[in-house]
Write a protein that binds this ligand. Structure first.
Ligand SMILES: [Zn+2]
Length: 572
C-alpha cells in the first residue's frame, strides 16, 4: 500500500475530530439538528485550522442518508462518495489556482439544476479572496438568490479582502489558531495510532514550529517520521527543521541577563556553524522573548504552556527579566529582523542584533518610578544579591572545609559566626571623620533621625530605586552635627552605597528632610561594634568582646572583588 500523508489519513471525518474549534462545531451541529442551515457559509481563519475539513464534514452531515444529522455517518454512499470526492454535486473550487473565472461562470450557469446524487448541491470555494472582480460579481449574483437545493461554503485566510457585499450574505465563522494543548492532544493520539514513540520535548518543538496550523504540524510529523523512523527525539526535530532548540534560547537569554557578550558570541558561533539560518535564528530568539513577556503577563495562558513543558529555566528567566527590558528587547529584535532582510552579511547582523540586547537589559530607567512599577526591577536586584550571597557562602564553605582538613581547629567558631560578619570591608573607613561625628553625637539626634529614616528611604526610592535597594541594608547608628554614620551588614551594599552618584542622592534627601547638609559616613557592622565597645570602655564600662570578628582573608577578598565587579557591571 502506498504511503499516505498523515494529514490525509488523520483528516477529521466528523465534527468531533476538529481540534480547538468547539465554538464553531457546536453552532453548526445545533443548526443541523434543527435542519435550519444557511445557504452560504464563510469560514475564515489562519491556515491549517480546519476550514476545508469542516466544509467537507458539513457537506456530508447535510447530505448523509441518515441526516441531516449532527455528525455524518461516514458509511452511507453519500458520506463515502463525498470523502472520496466522487460525488458530482459536491464541487470543490480552489480560487487560488486559476482565480476561478471559468469555474464561477460554470457555477452561475449550472446552479439552477437540481442535484442528482445527493439532496443538496454544495459548492466549497477555497481561498475565495483570490477570485477576480469579475468572478466575485458572478458569485454575488448567485448568492443573492440561491436556489433552495444549494449551499455555498466559502473559505479564506484573508476575510478582509472580500467585498462586504459577499460577507453580508454569509453566515460567518472565525476559526481560531489551534492551541498548543489541543495540538499536543491530537498529536499524542496520532502517535499512538501510528505506533510512534515521540518525546514531549519533540512534540513541543514541532508545535512551536507549526505555529497553530494543524496541517503544517502533520506535514512536519511526516517529514520527521521518514527521517527518524518510529522513535522521535527533540534532536530529530531540530535536524529536520533547523529550529533553535529551547535550551539554546534559554542560554542566550541567560547570557543577556548576565551581560555576558563572550558567551553570547560563543552561542552564535556554535549554532551558525551547525548550519542554522541567521534570520530564523533571530526570529526564534524574538519569539522566545515574546513568550517570556506573555508568560510574565499571563502565566496560565494555554498557548505558551509548551514553553514550560520540561524547561524550568524558562520560568526562572521570565521572573528575572523586568517588563521594561523585555519590551525594549522585543522592539530591538523586531528592528534587527527587519534590517536583516537588507543585510549583505546576515551573520554579522545577527551578532549586532544580539549584542544590542545587552545594553538594553543593563540600561536602567532614570525617571521617577512608582513602587509598584519598580517591583520587577527590585526583584531582579534582589535575585542578583541572593546569587551573590550564595556564591559567597560557597566560598566560605569551601574555606571552612579547607581549614577543617588541615587543622580541624576554628571550624566551630566559623560555623557559629554570622556569615555576613565574615565578609571583610573593602572600602576603607574615614576614622578621623567618624571620631569627629561621634564627638558631637547625641542620643536624641539619633532618635530623631531613626524616626525619619523610613521617610528618607522612601524619598530615595522615588528618586532611584537601585540606591534604595542598596541603602536598605544600612542602619543609622550615630548622628553628629555635620554627619550621619550608617552601619552595614553587607560589604557589597556598603561599597555600592558609597559610590559618588549614589552618595549625592542620599545626602540630598537627608538634607531636604533634616533641613541641613549632612555628610554620609559608612562602616561595617563589626567595625561599629568595635568602635561602640571602645566608646563604652572609655565611659568606664566593660569592653565588649570582639572575638567574633574575623580578620581579612585574601581569598575571600578576591572572591568578593570578582563578584562585586560583576554586579557593578550589570548595575551601571
Ligand atoms: Zn452518511
Amino acid at each position: 500500500m502506498a504511503y499516505r500523508a498523515l494529514y490525509r489519513v488523520f483528516r477529521p471525518q466528523i465534527f468531533g475530530d476538529l481540534v480547538g474549534q468547539e465554538h464553531i462545531t457546536r453552532t453548526l451541529q445545533n443548526a443541523l439538528k434543527e435542519k435550519r442551515f444557511s445557504h452560504a457559509y464563510l469560514f475564515s481563519g489562519p491556515r491549517g485550522t480546519g476550514k476545508t475539513s469542516a466544509a467537507k464534514i458539513l457537506a456530508k452531515a447535510i447530505n448523509c442518508k441518515q441526516g441531516p444529522a449532527a455528525e455524518p455517518c461516514n458509511q452511507c454512499s453519500a458520506c463515502e462518495g463525498i470523502t472520496e470526492g466522487s460525488v458530482v454535486d459536491v464541487i470543490e473550487i480552489d480560487a487560488a489556482s486559476n482565480r476561478g473565472v471559468e469555474e464561477i461562470r460554470d457555477v452561475r450557469d449550472k446552479v439552477k439544476y437540481a442535484p442528482t446524487e445527493v439532496a443538496f448541491k454544495i459548492y466549497i470555494i477555497d481561498e475565495v479572496h483570490m477570485l477576480t472582480t469579475e468572478a466575485f460579481n458572478a458569485l454575488l449574483k448567485t448568492l443573492e438568490e440561491p436556489p433552495q437545493h444549494v449551499v455555498f461554503i466559502l473559505a479564506t485566510t484573508e476575510p478582509h479582502r472580500l467585498p462586504a457585499t459577499i460577507i453580508s450574505r454569509c453566515q460567518r465563522f472565525d476559526f481560531r489558531s489551534i492551541s498548543a494543548k489541543a495540538m499536543m492532544e491530537r498529536l499524542c493520539f496520532i502517535a499512538d495510532a501510528e505506533d510512534v514513540k515521540i518525546s514531549k520535548q519533540a512534540l513541543s518543538l514541532m508545535i512551536r514550529v507549526a505555529q497553530g496550523g494543524m496541517r503544517d504540524v502533520l506535514s512536519l510529523f511526516d517529514q520527521i517520521l521518514s527521517y527518524a523512523g518510529q522513535t522521535i527525539e527533540e534532536e530529530d526535530v531540530i535536524m529536520v527543521t533547523g529550529v533553535i532548540p529551547q535550551r539554546a534560547l534559554s542560554e542566550i537569554s541567560q547570557a543577556v541577563l548576565d551581560g555576558d557578550a563572550a558567551k553570547l558570541m560563543e552561542l552564535v558561533h556554535q549554532l551558525t556553524s551547525e548550519g542554522k539560518n541567521s534570520e530564523q535564528f533571530l526570529d526564534d530568539v524574538l519569539i522566545y522573548f515574546r513568550d517570556l513577556l506573555v508568560y510574565k503577563t499571563a502565566p496560565n495562558l494555554e498557548e505558551i504552556q509548551h514553553r514550560i513543558t520540561g524547561d524550568e529555566q524558562f520560568v526562572e528567566i521570565a521572573h528575572t527579566f523586568d517588563h521594561e527590558s523585555l519590551y525594549l528587547i522585543i522592539e530591538s529584535l523586531n528592528k534587527s529582523l527587519a534590517d536583516m532582510k537588507w543585510a549583505t552579511h546576515p551573520k554579522i547582523a545577527l551578532e549586532i542584533g544580539l549584542i544590542r540586547l545587552l545594553e538594553l537589559n543593563r540600561s536602567q530607567p532614570q525617571k521617577e518610578v512608582l513602587t509598584t512599577e519598580a517591583q520587577p526591577e527590585l526583584d531582579q536586584l534582589q535575585k542578583r544579591l541572593t546569587e551573590l550571597e550564595n556564591k559567597l557562602q560557597q566560598v566560605t564553605q569551601h574555606r571552612s572545609t579547607a581549614s577543617t582538613s588541615t587543622t580541624g581547629s576554628g571550624q566551630a567558631r566559623r560555623v557559629e559566626a554570622p556569615r555576613r560578619a565574615s565578609v571583610p570591608p573593602t572600602v576603607k573607613i574615614n576614622e578621623h571623620r567618624i571620631q569627629e561625628i561621634l564627638a558631637t553625637a547625641s542620643r536624641s539626634s539619633l532618635q530623631k533621625l531613626t524616626q525619619q529614616w523610613p521617610d528618607i528611604l522612601n524619598q530615595i526610592k522615588k528618586q532611584r530605586i537601585q540606591v534604595h535597594a542598596w541603602l536598605i541594608d544600612g542602619e543609622p547608628v550615630a548622628v553628629g552635627e555635620s554627619g550621619v554614620l550608617i552601619s552595614f551588614k553587607s560589604a557589597i551594599h556598603r561599597e555600592t552605597t558609597e559610590k559618588e552618584q549614589h552618595r549625592e542622592i542620599i545626602e540630598g534627601v537627608i538634607q531636604s528632610v533634616l533641613g541641613q547638609p549632612m555628610e554620609m559616613l559608612t562602616l561595617m557592622e563589626n567595625q561599629w561594634k568595635e568602635i561602640a565597645s571602645e566608646l563604652k570602655s572609655e565611659q568606664g564600662q566593660e569592653r565588649e568582646t570582639s572575638e567574633q570578628r574575623e580578620d581579612a582573608d585574601p581569598f575571600l577578598e578576591e572572591a568578593l572583588k570578582l563578584v562585586g565587579e560583576e554586579l557593578l557591571e550589570i548595575k551601571d
